[in-house]
Design a protein around this ligand. Structure first.
Ligand code: SAH
Ligand code: SF4
Length: 370
């Protein structure tokens, strides 16, 4: 296949499957290059940063794949203090990161909801940062409160669009359809909505992955965060893929194909080059950028907490501080010929095309300073 054959206005389900099944080295190079071309045409070759704060590993849920699930007794639980959050946010702003993400295990209690609301207000009050939240399933009221406090993007992965597969990865009381309802609530409240899936799950087929991409389109999703599934040895899925060291390469390739095909099909959304890619290959995230991703989420969690936030194994940069992560990333990004959108919000083009009136509200942090 060559690039001209790959780039189209739209694709059928069968065509998506065909692209996801490419395996010849030249075909794969053409696929990544085609996706890169579509990316630069629709969102440019600027990488936008979101410094991620892994706020707490306390979680009320028990997803079978996740290292910080409630049922893992080996995790020592932590929650960042307000001072640590503010320090992280100020550091991100000083580095000109433009945006941060607050991610955490899921809780729905009142103390949690109020704490997040006050943290968002505090950060918006003291900085120009854009705020993304990734805090799981919540009520309409909670989503509204956090939005009104000033956060404006939300990430909630559906994990897979296949309900049977979802069922095999979660205890019975975890409700797949609730995740879909949450995405609707978020959109109705005005958020820029992000979702995604894990790639290479036990029992997942190429058809499932094609259906995931069709789901993103049907639901008019603005941002995509997806990455390879990586087994964690203290979870029920520890051995679900056999000897993982033998399939790392395959897992990485499948995730990169998924990024590329999603870019080809959705064109103008934001797509993250996730840290899980880097866990499979030291330059996995840069490979993600070259396959069509345009967002990076450097870890700005205080180093001493990182050991406690291992959703999967071999999470990179566990013992590096944020400044070291920044310098090493900058070198890697300029090496592959991309620019960093310092001080910019880098909101989803897909969202801004639907809501041109929001361009002013979401004026880039850099513009505000000018
Ligand atoms: N608790 C929130 C946010 C933190 S978990 C939530 O679940 O939405 C963020 C994401 O980590 C999950 O959506 C899941 O896709 C991913 N994740 C968890 N365990 C993983 C694993 N073993 N391999 C790869 N990704 C994993
Ligand atoms: Fe909790 Fe999210 Fe992990 Fe599920 S994936 S156990 S909700 S942190």
């Amino acid at each position: 296949m060559n690039i001209e054959d790959i780039i189209r206005d739209t694709y059928t389900r069968n065509e998506l499957i065909e692209l996801l099944e490419l395996s010849d080295k030249d075909d794969l190079d053409a696929l990544y290059q085609a996706a890169y071309q579509v990316k630069t045409e629709n969102v440019g070759n600027i990488v936008y940063y979101r410094g991620i704060l892994e706020w707490s590993n306390v979680c009320a849920k028990d997803c079978f794949y996740c290292g910080i699930r409630k049922g893992n007794p080996y995790v020592s639980r932590y929650t960042m203090t307000d001072e640590e959050v503010m320090e992280g946010a100020l550091w991100a702003e000083k580095q000109d990161y433009g945006s941060i993400v607050i991610q955490s295990g899921e809780r729905r209690d009142r103390t949690f909801v109020e704490k997040i609301e006050s943290l968002v207000r505090m950060i918006k009050d003291k900085t120009d940062l854009g705020i993304t939240l990734s805090l799981g399933e919540q009520s309409e009221d909670t989503y509204r409160r956090w939005f009104e406090a000033g956060a404006h993007r939300y990430l909630l992965r559906i994990e897979t669009s296949n309900p049977l597969l979802y069922g095999s990865l979660h205890p019975e009381d975890h409700d797949h359809s609730e995740r879909f309802r949450c995405l609707d609530r978020l959109r109705d409240t005005g958020w820029q909505v992000g979702t995604g899936v894990m790639i290479g799950l036990p029992g997942q087929t190429t058809e499932d992955l094609a259906d995931d991409i069709l789901f993103f389109k049907k639901e008019d999703i603005d941002m995509i965060g997806m990455g390879p599934f990586i087994p964690h040895n203290q979870t029920p899925l520890a051995d679900s893929l056999g000897d993982f060291s033998k399939i790392k390469e395959k897992q990485l390739r499948l995730a990169l194909k998924m990024v590329a095909v999603t870019r080809l099909f959705l064109k103008d959304v934001n797509i993250a080059a996730t840290t899980a890619l880097q866990a499979l290959n030291p330059v996995g995230r840069e490979m993600g950028l070259l396959a069509g991703a345009n967002i990076m989420m450097p870890n700005i969690t205080p180093t001493h907490y990182r050991e406690g936030y291992q959703l999967y194994e071999d999470k990179p940069c566990l013992d590096e501080n944020s400044a070291k992560c920044r310098d090493c990333l900058e070198d890697r990004i300029s090496f592959i010929g991309e620019k960093i959108g310092y001080g910019l919000y880098g909101d989803s083009n897909h969202f801004l095309k639907k809501h041109p009136e929001k361009r002013a509200d979401y004026s880039w942090a850099g513009d505000k300073k000018a």
